[in-house]
Design a protein around this ligand. Structure first.
Ligand SMILES: [Zn+2]
Length: 373
């Protein structure tokens, strides 16, 4: 299957040996037909969702994930293109950007007709809730075929292709009845649990609204009821007014350290013309994303002159609720405080969810701005 997207990106879908799908996002009219030559392997069966009644929050049980590949050397990297010595996850010998179904997914598409369980209804708490299949989808997003590149070292057009792939996946996954929330993210660095060093991100599409999004929605709804305004719009307006926490800006995007950041280096990137999710971004905003994203990530690595470990998380409105209350933004959190020191989520943060910050957000914004590019 071939599909033409914005910015000259063409998507080609091909089946993988075990029935998964790989999607190539190309910009040079490449013909994709390489066949996955690996032996067939059985797909793990779907896991289960359990409701933690103490918090009324879902926990996905994914016991089959224990056997995953852990930090293989470059020559055995499953995200590099296939070469003489290794048949990787990508059957072709090169690629621009690819997204394929995760081999060890925590969430899987349900078999047969999907019905939203009654137990998913907010406030409908039953501690003897029946076992719920952990429905959803997990995909891997390879940003480049170059194993050693960082995100900000990619060309503008490469980042634009990644953005197009995110928009495309958000649009398509939103159509699935069993998907309630779509979360594209990147973990970078062994400090935050990365098991593969190749530059890549992931997409988790949940069959429920995850706890943090649910809480953000409740707060945003209350703000809207009280003021008639969208909370995130007020927050961005405040950051623009205060100015001191701004890290970078262009015609379509702003990047800032939030007023009450939880991590020594936490940065949010938000579109200046607000939208609910990546699918709603127009081409003008998508075209302006590479410059602000590359500058922001480059400043982050520049602070200590080392590769910063981070989690970059796209917050989007859920697929079917809160579309007018929540706004798209990227949250980048780095756990590094100083070159040799990490911030650990210890007692107060882990057990109580109460964060203690060792550094003022204004100070970290200044450090980020002072990095020479
Ligand atoms: Zn690689």
């Amino acid at each position: 299957m071939k599909k033409t997207l914005s910015a000259g990106v063409i998507r080609t879908d091909l089946p993988m040996a075990d029935g998964r799908t790989i999607r190539y996002y190309d910009t040079h009219n490449q013909e994709r037909s390489a066949v996955d030559q690996r032996p067939r392997e059985d797909q793990p069966s779907i896991g289960e969702l359990r409701l933690d009644p103490l918090l009324n929050e879902w926990v996905a049980m994914a016991a089959h994930r224990q056997g995953r590949v852990f930090l293989p050397p470059k020559e055995l990297c499953p995200l590099c293109p296939t070469h003489d010595q290794l048949m990787s996850e990508i059957p072709d010998s090169d690629y621009d950007v690819v997204i394929f179904d995760n081999r060890s997914p925590s969430l899987r598409p349900p078999i047969g007709e999907w019905e939203m369980s009654e137990t998913f209804a907010p406030g409908n708490l039953n501690i003897e809730s029946p076992i719920v299949p952990s429905a959803g989808k997990c995909e891997v997003v390879c940003y480049t075929s170059d194993h050693d590149k960082s995100f900000y070292e990619l060309s503008d057009s490469q980042v634009r292709t990644v953005m197009e792939a995110w928009r495309d996946r958000t649009r398509e996954l939103s159509q699935e009845k069993y998907i309630a929330h779509i979360f594209p993210f990147e973990n970078r660095g062994e400090e935050v649990g990365v098991t593969l060093n190749h530059p890549h991100g992931q997409i988790y599409a949940y069959s429920f609204v995850p706890p943090r999004a649910e809480k953000m929605l409740a707060v945003a709804d209350a703000h809207k009821k009280r003021t008639g305004r969208v909370l995130m719009d007020d927050i961005v307006a405040r950051e623009i007014r205060d100015e001191v926490r701004i890290v970078a800006r262009n015609s379509e995007w702003i990047s800032y350290v939030p007023y009450a950041s939880r991590y020594p280096f936490e940065i949010h990137i938000a579109p200046l013309r607000p939208v609910a999710d990546l699918a709603e971004l127009d081409d003008r905003a998508a075209d302006a994303y590479p410059s602000i994203a590359k500058e922001t990530f480059k400043r982050l690595d520049g602070v200590f002159g080392i590769k910063m470990a981070y989690i970059a998380a796209w917050h989007q409105a859920p697929v079917r609720v809160g579309r007018d209350s929540l706004r798209l933004h990227l949250q980048i959190c780095s756990v590094r405080r100083q070159p040799g020191k990490l911030k650990y989520l210890a007692g107060s943060e882990s057990a109580m969810g109460a964060f203690i910050m060792d550094m003022k957000p204004e100070q970290s914004a200044q450090q980020l701005r002072e990095v020479s590019l």
